[in-house]
Write a protein that binds this ligand. Structure first.
Ligand SMILES: O=C(O)CCC(=O)C(=O)O
Ligand SMILES: [Fe+2]
Length: 365
């Protein structure tokens, strides 16, 4: 009896109901698990752990089940998982009406196989739909969207506000840990300002047993902070170092996976890390299931220049001869997001649309 209840406890912590278990025999990333309650309460040890995760690997779990704000966000994420399933049930023809990449926009639909995952030109194996924060919160004009999304604008708004609030909490603490002038990071990410912030719905179908490939190619995220919800394994990170091997990030119920993007690397001149990651077929028995993810990408406001921030003596100084590209957040994200699309890759260039991957690997001194 005792043993049984211990097993149940472990299952609740490790597995999502109705989903085949994540296997125990694959290597996983030992990410820190931070508590939203402790971060909200100003716990100094939790602040330090957030800073450590940001410099070491740039990825951590955030337990959302232990605070009211976090639980509300989990509830919104659950609702949107259902919306995502319905969204992708629409016909390909219908979904393709909302591919806006021809208009130089990364919002809207990307069909499976519409992006290249590597220099060789192999194609991706997932579809996704990007929804703009500014559209949903009424900051910019609404983009064309399928009825499923129109009907769920209120749900999207709630999820976006909860995610943005979580990002603001994280930025607040990192601002404090960097000893930057008060509100420096927050003021570059005001919720009501025009930015590339977006929700992404992703679907990756099960792959043929004899032809399993990378579903989403290796990349670093482009913006500041990413809040990710997934339930099936398949996400992998490449730890720093020349001999590093890919390891899975095990999804945990009640938690978001949070990671930093290129903008945070640029703001801190490489002190923070935007880790390389990719999505492969889910491991073990999970490979037979359809994989859905829901993501909130927070990015600096469109006009923010992506360069080292002034005013902190904890941010490394520029080395002699080190230069920074003059680029604002909007142009950076467009180049990064559209540079891998099949229709744009030749013009923008696969290599040219790279982010902070080289820095992320921490191989060069
Ligand atoms: O689906 C996932 O688990 C990760 C997705 C991701 O890395 C992205 O959309 O940038
Ligand atoms: Fe990503």
């Amino acid at each position: 009896m005792q043993l049984q209840s211990q097993t149940d406890q472990k299952d609740i912590l490790n597995n999502f109901s109705g989903i085949p278990p994540f296997p125990d025999d694959v290597s996983t990333a030992p990410l820190l698990r931070l508590s939203s309650e402790k971060l909200l309460a100003g716990d100094p040890i939790e602040y330090k752990r957030l800073f450590q995760a940001s410099t070491d690997i740039g990825f951590f779990y955030l337990d959302l089940s232990d605070s009211e704000q976090g639980s509300a966000l989990l509830g919104d994420a659950d609702n949107l998982f259902q919306v995502g399933e319905r969204l992708f049930e629409l016909s390909l023809e219908e979904k393709k009406k909302y591919d806006l990449s021809g208009e130089n926009s990364y919002f809207g639909y990307k069909a499976q196989g519409a992006a290249v995952i590597d220099k060789q030109g192999n194609l991706d194996r997932n579809e996704f739909y990007n929804v703009s924060k500014d559209d949903i919160l009424g900051i910019s004009d609404p983009l064309p969207a399928p009825e499923t999304l129109h009907q769920n604008r209120a749900r999207l708004a709630s999820f976006m506000q909860g995610s943005h609030a979580t990002v603001t909490l994280i930025l607040d603490i990192l601002n404090d840990q960097l000893a930057l002038p008060k509100d420096t990071l927050q003021n570059l990410h005001r919720q009501q300002a025009i930015s590339g912030d977006q929700v992404r719905f992703i679907k990756a179908p099960p792959q043929p047993v004899d032809d399993r490939r990378t579903a989403m190619g290796q990349h670093t995220d482009f913006g500041s902070v990413t809040i990710l919800f997934n339930r099936l394994g398949g996400l992998q990170v490449l730890p720093p170092g020349a001999d590093a091997e890919w390891v899975y990030v095990r999804p945990l119920p009640g938690h978001a996976i949070v990671n930093l993007g290129d903008a945070m690397v640029k703001f801190t001149n490489g002190l923070f890390r935007s880790n390389i990651h990719r999505v492969v077929a889910p491991p073990g028995l999970q490979a037979r299931s359809t994989r859905y993810s829901l993501v909130y990408f927070a990015r600096p406001e469109d006009s923010v220049m992506l360069r080292r921030l002034e005013g902190s003596d904890r941010i490394p100084v520029m080395e002699d001869g080190q230069t920074e590209e003059e680029m604002n957040s909007k142009d950076w994200i467009i180049r990064r997001a559209l540079g891998h699309r099949v229709g744009r890759v030749n013009e923008i260039g696969f290599e040219k649309s790279a982010g902070t991957e080289e820095l992320s690997r921490r191989i060069k001194a």
